[in-house]
Design a protein around this ligand. Structure first.
Ligand code: DHB
Ligand code: FE
Length: 282
């Protein structure tokens, strides 16, 4: 039986991809940010996940205003790195897991989550930066990846509660896959950031840390945070954090925190990172 053994949350700032690609991860600016991921890199070397369900948002790379799926799942064999204006990142292609992805798609749709199915697309920093943060610079990514894209770019975006419930449904889908697979789920994006307008540069250390607290233990309070609170407290792009709730929902009633890291600023963004394990309730 496939099992979700861990959940990881991480910001996905494009500048971090550039730091990796240009060998600057140890300098004064980036050193303290990357230091907070060393624990996780070791963890991943021990855990060796077979598959990562990688919840992220596309930033007008695979989709544009012609098509904006609310929830989309990648069922393809592989995905190339998108050109976001500076050429594609020099990272390995992302290998999918079509069997598990189609199984999850079927399970979710019969569970009344009407997923968009994607067989071909390119993946941008939302997906490749977290891979670099957790796995470093291998010749091939050490895990298969099922991209799960969420619209947090154009309103209406899905509610926190809907995201949490989707996570719960993903948990049920994975558990009903017969093959023995070590599966992780990652939620990316956030934390506080606003990239444009009069409040550009807004960061909120206190709110971000309260949000991380709410993902640990047996509370599900975070699913009820309204869009307006994310925007008011964490800036317009802080809404990306609803994707962390999909990860959290998939871990079940209770979690334990294995690792936690917070750093500001990175580019215009607060870096937040959590490694959680599902715990039986009680
Ligand atoms: C930045 C952060 C993001 O999450 C993103 O998608 C793009 C840019 C930034 O801080 O530069
Ligand atoms: Fe983003």
């Amino acid at each position: 039986m496939a099992r979700i053994t861990a959940g990881i949350a991480s910001s996905h700032v494009p500048l971090l991809g550039m730091a990796v690609d240009q060998g600057k991860t140890g300098d004064d600016y980036f050193g303290p940010i990357f230091a907070g991921y060393e624990w996780t890199k070791d963890f991943e070397k021990q855990e060796k996940p077979d598959v990562v369900i990688l919840v992220y948002n596309d930033h007008a790379s695979a989709f544009d205003m012609k098509i904006v799926p609310t929830f989309a799942i990648g069922c393809g064999e592989s995905y190339k790195s998108a050109d976001e204006g500076f050429g594609p990142r020099p990272v390995p292609d992302v290998e999918g897991h079509p069997d598990l992805a189609w199984h999850i798609a079927q399970s979710l749709i019969l569970d009344e989550f009407d997923m968009t199915i994607i067989n071909e697309m390119e993946v941008d920093h939302g997906l490749t930066v977290p891979l670099s943060m957790m796995f470093g610079t291998p010749d091939e990514w050490p895990a298969r990846v099922i991209p799960l894209a969420v619209n947090v770019v154009t309103y209406p975006v899905p509610s926190g509660n809907r995201c949490w419930a989707l996570g719960e449904a993903i948990g049920r889908a994975v558990e009903s896959f017969p093959e023995d697979l070590n599966v992780q789920i990652w939620g990316t994006g956030g934390m506080s950031h606003q990239l444009q307008g009069p409040r550009a540069g807004l960061l909120n250390r206190e709110w971000d840390n309260k949000f991380m607290d709410l993902l640990i233990g047996d509370t599900d309070e975070a699913r009820w945070i309204e869009h307006i609170e994310y925007i008011r407290e964490t800036g317009t792009e802080g809404i990306e954090m609803v994707m962390w709730l999909i990860m959290r929902g998939a871990l079940g009633k209770k979690t334990r925190c294995l690792h936690r890291h917070y750093h500001i600023p990175c580019s215009n963004t607060a870096i937040g990172h959590l490694v959680l394990e599902p715990k039986p309730a009680g």
